[in-house]
Design a binder for this molecule. Structure first.
Ligand SMILES: C[S@@+](CC[C@H](N)C(=O)[O-])C[C@H]1O[C@@H](n2cnc3c(N)ncnc32)[C@H](O)[C@@H]1O
Length: 237
């Protein structure tokens, strides 16, 4: 893993003759790319194999993780329900944040533990389809009376995201959030390498037509480069 992130390289004297105009030109070109190009670059070249939290693979946009940190600090939820954990990098990221604020637990829901690598006393695992009655009922009863946040990062098809919104949005406390991840899937063409089908964004817009107690919080998109367009849903009543 270290070799993947920091491949061995012969550093001997390579930086001795750097010329400021060449360096300026190099970064001018790099910074001249569009936000769209950056999203495609990060999606194609980074997120699936060069992104780690404490050595565990995490599939996120770092700008979004900063927003998660802010929300978790200010809301201080008792329980965060993470629907879709994969390797567990995001689960551990949240557990470590909860350690810092000194409270809270995370429920990790995933249909498969094949790649899951983490253990932490703030994490409880629920293995199976997040839409199965068994898991919905267990999680719902444990969340009763608690301050809850929900993050959906599982099956990104429109119907599944919609059904998870219906199944779990009732757990979210007033002032807290349901985060629907990866709405960028809906915004790209499949030829561009990200998604290209109707998914989380469409499900969110459809869900919002049916309720009046959630509002999109665009403040959470202040870094522009989010994977979750219109995906930060704040419960307002
Ligand atoms: C995109 S990955 C999660 C990535 C993780 N949150 C991260 O940021 O590192 C999606 C996960 O959702 C899980 N998943 C897919 N469909 C599911 C379902 N119906 N119920 C529960 N988990 C599901 C998959 O097994 C996979 O591990």
């Amino acid at each position: 893993m270290l070799n993947k992130l920091f491949p061995k390289k012969d550093f001997t004297n390579v930086n001795k003759n750097l010329d400021i105009s060449a360096v300026r030109e190099f970064y001018k070109t790099k910074y001249g790319q569009t936000l769209k190009n950056w999203l495609i670059y990060h999606h194609k070249d980074i997120v699936f194999d060069k992104m780690f939290w404490m050595g565990v693979r995490i599939l996120k946009n770092p700008m979004d993780l900063w927003i998660y940190q802010e929300l978790i600090y200010f809301i201080k939820p008792d329980i965060i329900v993470e629907i879709g954990s994969a390797n567990g990098g995001s689960t551990m990221f949240i557990a470590n944040l909860l350690d810092i604020i000194g409270k809270g637990e995370i429920f990790s829901l995933d249909i498969s533990r094949e790649n899951y690598k983490v253990k932490h006393n703030r994490i409880t695992e629920f293995t199976g389809d997040s839409l199965s009655a068994d898991i919905v009922n267990k999680v719902t009863s444990l969340c009763e009376g608690k301050k809850v946040m929900v993050i959906h990062d599982a099956d990104h098809t429109e119907q599944s995201v919609y059904d998870n919104l219906v199944a779990y949005s009732g757990l979210v406390s007033v002032g807290s959030y349901f985060i629907v991840e990866d709405g960028i899937i809906d915004l790209f063409e499949s030829s561009e390498g990200i998604g290209g089908h109707s998914g989380p964004l469409m499900a969110t817009l459809k869900f919002l037509k049916t309720v009046d107690h959630f509002e999109i919080d665009d403040n959470c998109e202040r870094y522009h480069l989010t994977y979750n367009p219109k995906g930060f849903l704040k419960r307002i009543k």
